[in-house]
Design a protein around this ligand. Structure first.
Ligand SMILES: Nc1nc2c(ncn2[C@@H]2O[C@H](COP(=O)(O)OP(=O)(O)O)[C@@H](O)[C@H]2O)c(=O)[nH]1
Ligand SMILES: [Mg+2]
Length: 1140
């Protein structure tokens, strides 16, 4: 075995030296690369020079640079998806009967839940309510650390002096103890003097005790924050209440009082005064001085209670002004809710209730509001229903906090345009008005869930309503509407029609309209689906000039992509396909046999036309090779070319050629395998790939295999999780970009201190790129589709529906609907008729001119043909932009023949006669050639002929293809010696760096440093990738370097090579743990102390060009001042200088 390896090494050695004469023992041997070969290679003096390019320029003198290799670490924000549920127990509510739980307390014994025994601060809670006690139990009196004592519903006459022991008591409930009642004015025994020692007592409940006077001692309990004296007929609140300076809430409901003492304002902390159930006639003028008063619980209707019919009529017609609501109500600055419903007012004074959140003015005689209402910044609810408004001012749009706006039953003719500013609005009720149309600005109400517009004079529904994607209810009953907008189906949350939710109309309501589109049999339904389907079809049919669009189906291998496509295109389910497949397989075997027999007839001159497999059912049993292309026309005649990507790793390097930001991506994941843990492999890495290569691309997520799921809810839950994790993923990505932007801005500032133009330009370019990428995130189409390819294809038809709709969405795919000159179709047909693998630009121009397509239209025409998948044209790829792949299928085949997920099956010498007949291999030479290929990616000419045998190439075509391949950036070729030396069976002709399996260890760097001239430190340039380097980029750099180096040794992660005046080591390191950036390190050694500027220029230009091809990639270069100031580092995209 050892010997064999050595032999392979000997053979390979020759491949890396351009000058066969120098294949001396000191030259590098790639097989032994890991064992210090760079050193030896270095000692080989690298004197070999390529005969083709006699570059000889003495390196320019420059200071020796000592760029330290630094590695900066970047935080990769780990996103946590656990939603924190922090529900703190609220024992104080459960343990005692508070005023608010009145009414429930009757049944309390039956439903008594185990109350918590401690307060939040750890004090004891004692609930002795409804025990029939006549005195406080002695054992309670000796208890320490009591926090809450509930003695409600007993028959206590007083509290004993021993309560002083309850020194920590916070809350005391004495409600419903009728024995506490005292009639004599000076009888103070119910609450003893000792209660004043309870300095921690914050809350006292003494409601419903049948008191006629409150025990005066209460007014000395100045620490009280909550006082509930409701349901005692006290008739009057004494001025001493003003002593309670810490009071926050006072409950005075049903106490028979008619006013409040002015002294109440001394309770400056008051937030809540409850006065319901009293006949309040006046309020003290001082009330507005309560700056914290949020709630004034008042029955405002009392103020107009005595209105006679005559006066009411005058109010209604505006002949008199309503002025009986005390002005002070409108002057409470912190008031949160004001309910003046049905108070018969016809005007409202200016208000200074700046804290108002809810304002109910319904059922009055109002036709206008004071301006100050429109400045209520916190207002969330405004109810003006049942009034006399005929217009509303533009200022309505100032109320940006509004979530509910009720305008029903007025005389409104039109809504102000500013209504669109109410971005937070969830509910808008304009029913029973005189609206003829809804303003188009209504589209601004992005959060609207409910729109009531019944009983108006609407003659149409504006298209803009279709933007209100949160709508759940849209009531259009009794209007004059003939047609519904075609895009109404976008309102996906508008699911029901003509149903009730409790007593409210819910969903879409259309009764009592002269509707013709859709017709009655369609719109009379309780699910909007039928209506929407009708409208969608209509929309698609009415879309003119809809062109074929490209769809990329991506996702992990075996997640169900190809099966899904079968369902989409042919409506075939898995089991049906398996049946069909069986039949086909036997036919296929037959055909294969025939093929093998015909093998020797590969000397034909003409390239065979390989038919594109349009719409042909693909075999199921075989895994998808690199890419399958299928043309699909939906029932509604929306046409796609589907690119089904083989998910296998082997194909990753060639993906970029087929990714397309103009296409719709179906990102497929296996629903049954999906979890938070598998997110990265099943979805995350694909999002990363797409963000890198096609910023801004539209992505629809599709979960397959839902049949393997237990129930429907699980499917929904998983889809929700997907949505959440994807959102996090993209936010995380954006966060990283923003962090980088911050960093580069900082770097720029620092760089300007000691300016170096090249470095600054590099940073500026970096900054621009980051800004561009931040502005162009991939677009995730809302709603994850979930499908199964089992019987009945559940979910597939709705996926088809949504794909069709995406295709006609001009915002997403503006190019999908364009007018195409007839000539372009002619051009297409003529181009397709040409033979060969690709067409040169001259041929393209000739064909175009024959079809009368003008020169300046060629590019547009080609772009169009590229978009619809008829040709492949890499407009932005400098090497390929002047080549046209007029038959994409052939390009796919070409790549597939080199990158295969299952070469083991193909490389079977005994089964596959091609190796013997075409490759002239014997078993040993074959094994050797294969081993070199799968280990180092080196392919010899005979092996390549075998891989390409299905193409039946002539020598000329073979050479032509060989010349083409390097332009695809996936491989490089090696010139063959003019005089064949020995056995060329293993002599490499082409190298595919992707296959190289040998990793360079750390010692290559040491070796490089020690290599001669030993006294010199290498110049180091680092490329840092804060967003990780996609797979395959390093390999592409490796391939592209070939044109510029003299000798080289390759590893999987490194290239060591020589140029005229220097040698370099290129090393890629990826950070698996994510605690530092991916990095490509470039180390140079010149022959003297001078900076090897020209070599650095060449190599850094190759790197820059390759990196620039990845649109979404960002990188930062770290290098010494020296390198920057000599303009050595190339960082912009350029054509590589061939001659210095
Ligand atoms: N149960 C179930 N199996 C499926 C479904 N779709 C695909 N499969 C199976 O999943 C495997 C991979 O499918 P395939 O379409 O080749 O995956 P691809 O690699 O993503 O193209 C095959 O064995 C299919 O039979 C599905 O909806 N339900
Ligand atoms: Mg597949």
């Amino acid at each position: 075995m050892k010997d064999k390896e050595k032999g392979a090494g000997m053979l390979k050695k020759a491949r890396f030296e351009r000058n066969p004469e120098h294949k001396g023992s000191k030259s590098p041997s790639p097989t032994r690369a890991s064992s210090k070969s760079p050193k030896r290679a270095g000692s080989g003096k690298m004197s070999d020079s390529r005969p083709q390019s006699a570059k000889s320029k003495s390196p320019s003198p420059s200071r020796k640079s000592s760029a330290k290799s630094r590695s900066s670490s970047g935080k990769r924000g780990s996103s946590s998806h656990e939603r924190k549920k922090s529900k703190s127990p609220s024992p104080s509510r459960k343990g005692t009967t508070s005023a608010s739980s009145r009414g429930r307390s009757a049944g309390k014994k039956k439903v008594r839940v185990k109350s918590p025994s401690r307060t939040q601060s750890g004090l004891k809670i004692r609930d002795l309510s409804d025990q029939g006690l006549t005195a406080v139990p002695p054992n309670l009196l000796v208890e320490k650390d009591l926090g809450i004592v509930n003695l409600s519903g007993n028959n206590l006459k007083n509290l004993p002096p021993e309560i002083t022991r309850w020194d920590k008591l916070e809350k005391l409930d004495l409600s419903k103890n009728y024995g506490l009642r005292r009639t004599k004015a000076n009888d103070n025994t119910s609450l003893p003097q000792e209660i004043l020692t309870l300095v921690n007592l914050r809350e006292l409940i003494i409601s419903e005790c049948n008191l006629q006077r409150l025990p005066p001692i209460i007014w000395q309990m100045t620490n009280l924050q909550v006082l509930d004296v409701s349901r005692n007929k006290i008739n009057i609140l004494v001025p001493e209440v003003g002593n309670l300076s810490n009071l926050k809430k006072i409950n005075l409901k049903h106490t028979n009082i008619t006013s409040l003492p002015p002294e109440i304002v001394y309770c400056q902390d008051l937030e809540e005064i409850l006065l319901w159930g009293n006949k309040i006639t006046t309020l003290p003028e001082t009330l507005p001085e309560l700056l914290k008063l949020k709630t004034l619980g008042l029955n405002y209707r009392d103020f107009c209670g005595q209105m006679d019919a005559m006066r009411e009529k005058f109010l209604n017609t505006g002949q008199v002004k309503s002025d009986y609501i005390p002005q002070i109500v409108f002057d409470l600055p912190a008031l949160e809710s004001l309910d003046l419903e049905g108070t018969k007012i016809n005007n409202m004074p200016e208000t200074t209730n700046h804290g108002l959140r809810e304002l109910n003015l319904s059922r009055n005689f109002l036709s206008a509001l004071p301006r100050s209402v429109y400045n209520l910044n916190h207002l969330t609810l405004l109810n003006l229903s049942d009034n006399q408004f005929s217009t509303l001012p533009d200022e309505l749009g100032n109320l940006r906090s509004l979530t509910k706006l009720r305008l029903a039953n007025n005389q409104i003719h039109f809504l102000p345009l500013t209504i669109g500013n109410l971005k937070n609005l969830k509910e808008l009720d304009v029913s029973f008005n005189k609206l003829k149309r809804l303003p188009i600005n209504i589209k601004g109400l992005r959060n609207l869930k409910c729109l009531h517009a019944e009983k108006n004079d609407l003659t149409a529904v504006p298209d803009e309503i279709c933007e209100l994607v949160e709508l759940e209810t849209l009531n259009l009953t009794e209007n004059n509407i003939h047609t519904l907008p075609m895009r109404l189906h976008r309102l996906t949350k508008l699911k029901d029609a003509h149903v009730y939710d409790r007593y409210n109309k819910h969903g879409l309501w259309l009764y009592k309209n002269p509707l013709t589109t859709p017709p009655m049999e369609i719109w009379r339904t309780d699910k909007t689906e039928k209506i929407f389907d009708f409208l969608k079809k209509l929309a698609i049919i009415k879309t003119e000039n809809l062109q074929r669009q490209k769809m990329l189906v991506m996702g992990e291998s075996q997640c169900g992509k190809s099966t899904l496509i079968m369902g989409l295109v042919h409506g075939i389910s898995l089991s049906a396909a398996e049946e069909e497949d069986k039949g086909r397989r036997s036919k296929q075997e037959e055909a294969d046999d025939n093929k093998k027999k015909n093998l020797d007839s590969n000397s034909e001159n003409n390239l065979p036309e390989i038919e594109e497999k349009h719409s042909e059912v693909m075999p199921l049993t075989s895994k998808t090779e690199f890419i399958e292309q299928t043309i699909w026309k939906t029932e509604n005649m929306v046409e796609f070319v589907i690119n089904d990507f083989g998910g296998d790793d082997a194909y990753r390097i060639s993906y970029p050629l087929f990714l397309d930001a103009n296409a719709l991506v179906l990102l497929v994941y296996d629903h049954s395998q999906y979890s938070k843990e598998t997110h990265q492999t099943s979805i995350g890495q694909w999002l990363d790939l797409l963000s890198r290569y096609t910023p801004g691309v539209a992505i629809k997520l599709v979960g397959t295999k839902t049949d393997l799921s237990e129930d429907f809810f699980e499917v929904e839950e998983t889809a929700d999780l997907v949505q959440e994790l994807v959102k996090d993923h993209l936010e995380n990505h954006l966060g990283k970009l923003q962090m980088q932007l911050g960093q580069v801005e900082k770097d720029l500032k620092e760089a300007k201190v000691d300016p170096n133009q090249d470095y600054i330009s590099h940073l500026e370019g970096h900054k621009k790129k980051l800004e561009y990428l931040i502005s162009k995130p991939v677009k995730i189409i809302p709603e994850v589709a979930t499908v199964s390819s089992q019987e009945g294809l559940p979910g597939v038809s709705s996926l088809v529906n949504s794909i069709e709709l995406l295709a006609i969405d001009t915002e997403l795919f503006p190019h999908g609907q364009r007018c195409i000159p007839e000539l372009w179709n002619k051009l297409r047909a003529r181009l397709k008729r040409r033979s060969g693998y690709y067409l040169s630009w001259e041929v393209v121009e000739k064909v175009a001119s024959n079809c009368h397509v003008k020169e300046d239209a060629i590019e547009n025409a080609l772009q169009y043909l590229h978009d619809i998948g008829e040709v492949m044209w890499f407009k932005n790829n400098p090497g390929l932009s002047k080549i046209l792949f007029h038959k994409p299928r052939l390009l796919v085949d070409l790549i597939t023949s080199l990158y295969h997920h299952n070469f083991n099956e193909f490389f079977n010498y005994d089964e596959n006669k091609v190796f013997m007949s075409l490759g002239k291999f014997n078993k040993d030479t074959f094994n050797e050639a294969v081993e070199i290929f799968v280990k180092y990616g080196q392919i010899s000419r005979p092996l390549l002929s075998c891989l390409w045998f299905t193409h039946r190439l002539t020598d000329m075509k073979f050479t032509e293809l060989l010349e083409l391949m390097p332009y695809l950036d996936i491989c490089y070729t090696i010139p063959q010696p003019e005089v064949p030396i020995g056995n060329n069976i293993t002599l490499p002709l082409m190298v595919l760096p992707w296959y190289n399996k040998e990793t360079a260890e750390n010692d290559v760097v040491e070796d490089f440093e020690k290599s001669p001239p030993e006294t010199m430190n290498p110049v180091t340039i680092e490329y840092l990738f804060p967003l990780c380097l996609p797979k395959g980029v390093f390999e592409r750099i490796s391939a592209c370097l070939q044109d510029h180096v003299l000798t080289r040794i390759d590893w999987k992660n490194a290239v060591y090579a020589t140029l005229d005046d220097a040698s370099f080591l290129l090393l890629s390191s990826t950070s698996e743990q994510g605690n530092s950036f991916d990095c490509i390190k470039l180390m140079f050694k010149g022959q003297s102390n001078d900076l090897p500027t020209s070599s650095i220029k060449i190599v850094s230009q190759v790197i820059a060009n390759t990196l620039h091809k990845v649109e979404g990639l960002v990188w930062k270069i770290k290098a010494s001042q020296d390198a920057w100031s000599n303009h050595a580092i190339q960082f912009q995209r350029r054509n590589i200088p061939t001659e210095e």
